[in-house]
Design a protein around this ligand. Structure first.
Ligand code: GAL
Length: 395
């Protein structure tokens, strides 16, 4: 749009100067045209707006106002032809890693161009609130509940001034995708509950709190009465409408996959432990041809590490560890990023986008987004770097 206006502007200028007899009049008219075009550009924010036709992983990604998108550790929900991207709103500097504002929402119809929809969930000025300004509120994920017709947001919550000690799951709801979301509660899930075992669960994987077999069991048993730790997380809704909360638990040693209640607002107490003692963070789940896939990371804080993927025929496992899905230069550090979500590509069957964050802990707001296509190499996941790509990648 800006380029088109630019061309028209120069043609008009050229016409005025070459056709007008009086130089003075030509200059005046040209000035007038400049002012009109400039005001138009400003009023429409055309100057600020860029139309994207592809993904440029790791680069500044501007919203409709020309501002770098501020939705870190995010996820996406699709509703009535529109994608809504929710993520942590960060501010400048190291303080930006804490929640000073809340959860930011953007909308898009094509996944390239995003409109700022504002803050969907605001942190509270009340210091006693679980989500008091300055707390740590990470990895928000929104899902839609068809039965209650509510949008439900889950997130990892750390209470103000307590570092990463609280390790709680928080939940908020809204009637509209963009919010405003109302905070409901935060807690540690599945207090007093032992894991759910299937016929395939190995004896060695069963918890024994009378004699904890390993360090990880020790943390599980320690937290049994008050509920299990819940840090890095995602929410996955299966084809049958059941939702699952997947989170790093047991001091980040073991992932838990826990069933949510039919209204998605609480845990039912049915859950499994995944990849016990192996420190998986940043889980992202998807389903293809009846098979469940999970991509996650190791546990090295903001610093990148090799991604990992697991698969399972049943959501309750067994989940099989499959190694690093990334290939090529930078594969050993997930190209500098950490997984946050896997998005089914619009209108394409079995096409999925891997979404990751390239954190900038010293200037949190400058964190970048790495979106890359997921490839299936004889049913093995493969993620390759691309400087630039678009949805036509998926045949
Ligand atoms: C990462 C985690 C982020 C954030 C960070 C803090 O491992 O994935 O969400 O919690 O640690 O150091």
């Amino acid at each position: 749009m800006a380029r088109l206006l630019n061309h028209i502007f120069f043609i008009v200028q050229f016409y005025l100067f070459s056709h007008h007899k009086s130089r003075f009049m030509a200059v005046r008219l040209s000035l007038f045209v400049s002012i009109v075009v400039f005001s138009f550009l400003c009023s429409n924010q055309v100057l600020a707006q860029e139309t994207y036709r592809d993904f440029n992983p790791g680069k500044i990604w501007k919203d409709n106002n020309g501002v770098h998108i501020n939705a870190h550790g995010g996820g996406i929900v699709y509703s009535n032809g529109v994608y809504y991207w929710f993520g942590e709103h960060k501010i400048e500097g190291e303080k930006g890693n804490t929640a000073q504002v809340g959860v930011h929402c953007y909308s898009s119809k094509d996944l390239y161009n995003w409109k700022d929809e504002g803050i969907a969930l605001k942190v509270s000025d009340d210091l006693k609130s679980d989500i008091a300004k300055g707390c740590i509120l990470e990895r928000p994920k929104v899902v839609y509940n068809k039965k209650t017709k509510k949008f439900v947001m889950w997130f990892h919550l750390e209470l103000l001034g307590k570092g990463y000690e609280a390790a709680r799951a928080g939940v908020a709801t809204a009637d509209k995708a963009t919010g405003p979301y109302t905070f409901i509660k935060s807690y540690r899930p599945n207090a007093g509950k032992l894991p759910f075992y299937t016929a395939q669960t190995a004896e060695s994987e069963k918890v024994n709190c009378d004699n904890p077999a390993n360090k990880s069991d020790g943390f599980f048993c320690r937290d049994l009465p008050g509920g299990q730790m819940a840090r890095d997380m995602t929410v996955f809704v299966d084809d049958d409408g059941k939702a699952y909360h997947v989170f790093s638990s047991e001091e980040n040693f073991t992932l838990h996959l826990a069933e949510l209640s039919p209204d998605y607002l609480g845990h039912t107490g049915k859950f499994i432990r995944i990849y016990i003692g192996q420190q998986t963070e940043a889980p992202a789940l998807f389903k293809k041809d009846g098979m469940y896939y999970m991509v996650g990371s190791g546990c090295t804080g903001w610093a990148p590490n090799p991604a990992r993927w697991l698969k399972a025929k049943s959501i309750y496992g067994p989940w099989e560890y499959m190694g690093n899905p990334c290939v090529g230069p930078g594969a050993d550090i997930t190209f500098g990023g950490q997984s946050t979500y896997v998005l089914p590509a619009p209108g394409k069957k079995n096409a999925f986008i891997f979404m990751a964050d390239k954190w900038e802990p010293k200037n949190a707001i400058d964190g970048r987004y790495l979106w890359l296509p997921i490839q299936f190499d004889e049913n093995k996941l493969k993620i390759e770097w691309a400087d630039n790509w678009n949805l036509s990648f998926f045949k």
